[in-house]
Design a protein around this ligand. Structure first.
Ligand SMILES: [Cu+2]
Length: 290
């Protein structure tokens, strides 16, 4: 939507102090370009705040030595809200003290609905496709999906970054080798092409996705990098040649990298329309540069 017909940034409007963000938030204005190129300001476009939600940042209890330590979790949050038609997208970037960066997309506003003569679900004929469920008399919440995509230029410790798929695989022991039948090991694969960097998530073929700088090593020789962790994701069920799918081909995979443009990454989230998300259950994450 950022570069599409609506414009996520252009659809962003002023936040409501105290209601959209907590009372310790600092608000920042946004500068936009009008159709004639002139700049104009919208106030309170982004809020920045520290969140202390009573959660644990780190803790450990050493049973043997009876040593107990705990750190509170304090997170720096930046938030904006884009009102695109009937929907309001709330986009949070969270920066944790342990280095984790979390992107959350919340969806609120008004439901996507259509009118119907139906007043109760008991009036639906056995094989009738209503394209959703009644949310009120004569109103159907229409089944559809939202895919949210992010592009990030990671530049981890410099511009020379690699995208690494770390596949978790099952190894089987030889007969008599061990009472164990199987164990886990990792297989690293550095993507050499955009095609190799495409991600299709599979529950029984799990992978981690790392963006590393192979030229910057830690004291013990590991490359510096970030792990990209997909949140709630969904694959498109449409036929790959269906016109909406051709137009939205970025949903063919759950992640990808673009070598020429020097950035990469999508992982999508799907939001069924008639079940309004509570809070921020839907996450989108990003992958970095090849
Ligand atoms: Cu929708």
């Amino acid at each position: 939507m950022d570069a599409g017909e609506y414009g996520m940034g252009l659809s962003a409007f002023s936040l409501v102090p105290l209601n959209d963000c907590p009372r310790n938030a600092y608000y920042m204005d946004g500068v936009f370009a009008a159709a004639d190129g002139r700049p104009f300001v919208r106030s309170n476009m982004i809020c920045v705040f520290e969140r202390y939600a009573g959660e644990i940042g780190w803790r450990h209890y050493d049973v043997n030595n009876k040593v107990r330590e705990s750190r509170p979790k304090v997170t720096l949050v930046t938030r904006m809200a884009a009102s695109v038609g009937n929907y309001d997208y709330i986009i949070d970037w969270e920066f944790q003290m342990d280095g984790v960066i979390r992107i959350k997309v919340g969806l609120t506003g008004m439901l996507m609905v259509k009118g119907t003569p139906l007043q109760n679900m008991n009036q639906v004929l056995p094989h009738e496709n209503t394209s959703g469920t009644l949310v009120s008399e004569n109103v159907i919440g229409v089944l559809h999906d939202h895919f949210v995509t992010f592009y990030l230029d990671m530049d981890v410790d410099g511009p020379v970054n690699s995208f690494v798929k770390v596949n978790l695989v099952k190894e089987e022991t030889s007969p008599g080798e061990s009472p164990r039948k199987s164990y886990l090991r990792t297989k690293r694969h550095v993507a050499r092409s955009e095609r190799e960097a495409q991600i299709k998530l599979k529950l029984y073929d799990p992978s981690e996705f790392h963006v590393v700088n192979p030229e910057k090593k830690s004291r013990v020789g590991n490359p510096s990098g970030y792990k990209v962790v997909p949140g709630a994701t969904a694959a498109s069920l449409l036929d790959i040649n269906d016109p909406p799918q051709v137009r939205g081909a970025f949903t063919n995979n759950q992640g990808s990298c673009n070598r020429e443009e020097g950035h990469c990454g999508v992982v999508h989230t799907r939001v069924p329309s008639h079940s309004m998300p509570r809070g921020f259950p839907n996450y989108a994450h990003c992958v970095g540069k090849l």
